[in-house]
Design a protein around this ligand. Structure first.
Ligand SMILES: Cc1cc2nc3c(=O)[nH]c(=O)nc-3n(C[C@H](O)[C@H](O)[C@H](O)COP(=O)(O)OP(=O)(O)OC[C@H]3O[C@@H](n4cnc5c(N)ncnc54)[C@H](O)[C@@H]3O)c2cc1C
Length: 468
């Protein structure tokens, strides 16, 4: 472990969700102690908790995130499958309706996404992270029912976190200060880092938001008969010109999650009967049959704040030393692209690699880590914002020539990817966060996208797969 000025080699992680637990793993062996500050109390077993409201909704875990998770905590993806996660090959096992029709079902074997409920994913990762912590020289303590309320230090240096215990605290004091050489903010989309910066006397980080006004409503089902379980998932993304969408995916124990969505104010209802009526308007026969033959296992849950938002903590001089921001606290994405959890894992891995390179936390390490986090976040941001920008609310800017050309190319590429194995493989590599955007301009991809005639995709959901 590296010697830190003043001998302080303690770290604090704010938020004990997915990103927080992976941040703990990244810190193991690099600091003497890690204190996790988590507002919630963890539930018994793998069940829902209030601090992660999006956990009611469908979550797909992409290949790029799986690789990062296994690099941090080897064997975790196998553990998720053992806990009931369904492994779905793309595009074979998830039928996708694109703007030009249904995507062909290539049996390509490149990307196996994991579909499971968030409580199971978070629970398995937490158990494995805490087991890894118990076997490490780093002491890890989790303070449940404890909320971070601010940072200590000044505009140049964060020195700790102010916390408030929801139960009055172990020594009877509700509020106290925990000192640390390194503080990681993993408190998710509700992170108060900008306000905390102001309290330290510095400007809030520059923030970009691109919002298509998407909202979700989700319900869990179980087929009434054993053979009533559909073989595939379905994804029909909504668009401003065709605002309603739907997706359904199998999860653990034979259950299915059905999410319906609407953009720009076409909010899906959370009333059970209206939800069924809304899902019938998507025009997908599989969804209609699924709902008709299935037993609902949950109420309908809604979710509205689905904007893409990136806070630029990595700009030179943007952040005080000793403070790093990961996961949704740093960057959130329109969930239809399924990227947030993967970016969280990639960010935690970037933190560990920075600590490995620098030999533990030193002056300036937080800035290096934040830059590394920004680099691994960029491809997902470009995918989500590239697709959403043309449809975003409050974006009256006239696009320049470059943006119009890119839009033309991406539109053509998306249409081609639905029917072409070469372009489709490149498209999925980028979407699943295993390849940089430059993969989309590889010579073979450009040639097929630009030179081959534009053709519609399939008129109906494909029932058979195609070898490649
Ligand atoms: C509707 C929806 C669907 C999604 N679908 C997908 C998908 O298919 N695939 C995918 O990869 N991603 C998806 N995402 C994104 C994914 O949910 C997030 O990227 C992921 O949860 C980020 O993890 P996190 O740990 O950063 O934040 P969270 O999971 O939100 O955890 C934050 C933690 O911090 C705690 N906390 C908050 N404030 C404080 C505080 N002040 N003090 C102490 N503790 C605090 C909370 O209690 C919580 O435990 C979806 C998101 C939404 C909204």
């Amino acid at each position: 472990m590296a010697e830190q000025a003043g001998g302080a080699r303690d770290a604090i992680v704010i938020g004990g969700g997915l990103t927080g637990m992976l941040a703990v793993v990244a810190l193991l062996g690099h600091v003497e102690s890690v204190t996790v500050v988590e507002r919630d109390r963890y539930p018994e077993g793998h069940t829902f908790r209030k601090g992660v409201p999006q956990a009611r909704h469908l979550h797909l875990f992409l290949t790029g995130g799986q690789r990062a998770l296994d690099a941090l905590l080897p064997g975790s993806c196998a553990a998720l499958i053992a806990a009931g996660a369904r492994s779905l090959d793309l595009p074979r096992d998830i039928l996708v309706r694109t703007p030009t029709g249904w995507q062909r079902r290539f049996d390509e074997g490149r990307h196996r996404s994991l579909s499971l409920t968030r409580p199971v994913l978070d629970g398995v990762v937490r158990e494995r992270a805490l087991r890894a912590a118990a076997a490490s020289p780093t002491r890890v303590e989790v303070l449940e029912a404890t909320e971070a309320t601010g940072l200590t230090g000044d505009a140049r240096q964060v020195t700790g976190v102010r916390v408030r215990s929801r139960n009055g605290g172990p020594d009877g004091r509700a509020e106290r200060t925990l000192p640390a050489a390194l503080v990681v903010d993993a408190s998710g989309r509700s992170s108060r880092a900008p306000r905390w910066y102001a309290e330290l006397g510095r400007a809030a980080p520059h923030e970009e938001t691109v919002d298509v006004g998407l909202s979700y409503a989700t319900r869990m089902y179980r087929p009434r008969t054993t053979d009533g379980s559909p073989e595939t998932g379905v994804n029909i993304p909504g668009r401003p010109d065709s605002p309603r969408g739907a997706a359904y995916l199998p999860v653990e124990n034979g259950a299915w999650l059905l999410t319906v969505s609407g953009v720009r104010g076409d909010h899906p209802p959370t009333d059970a009967a209206e939800f069924v009526a809304f899902s019938a308007t998507i025009g997908d026969p599989d969804i209609r049959d699924l709902v008709a033959d299935a037993e609902p296992l949950s109420p309908v849950h809604g979710f509205r704040d689905t904007y893409n938002r990136r806070r630029n903590f990595a700009r030179p001089g943007a952040s005080p030393d000793g403070f790093v921001v990961l996961g949704d606290a740093h960057c959130t994405f329109n969930p239809v692209y399924g990227q947030g959890m993967s970016v969280a894992a990639l960010g935690a891995l970037a933190l560990r690699e920075t600590l490995d390179k620098e030999g533990g936390p030193r002056p300036g390490t937080a800035a290096s880590a934040q830059r590394a986090v920004a680099v691994v976040t960029e491809p997902a941001w470009l995918v989500a914002v590239g697709a959403d920008r043309p449809f975003a609310r409050d974006d009256d800017r006239k696009p320049g020539l470059g943006e119009r050309l890119t839009g033309w190319y991406v539109d053509r590429l998306g249409a081609r990817a639905a029917i072409d194995p070469v372009v489709g493989a490149a498209f999925r590599d980028v979407l699943c966060l295993t390849a940089p955007m430059s993969r989309l301009v590889a010579p073979a991809v450009v040639a097929r996208t630009v030179l081959l005639p534009r053709r519609p995709a399939l008129p109906a959901p494909p029932r058979t797969t195609e070898p490649v």
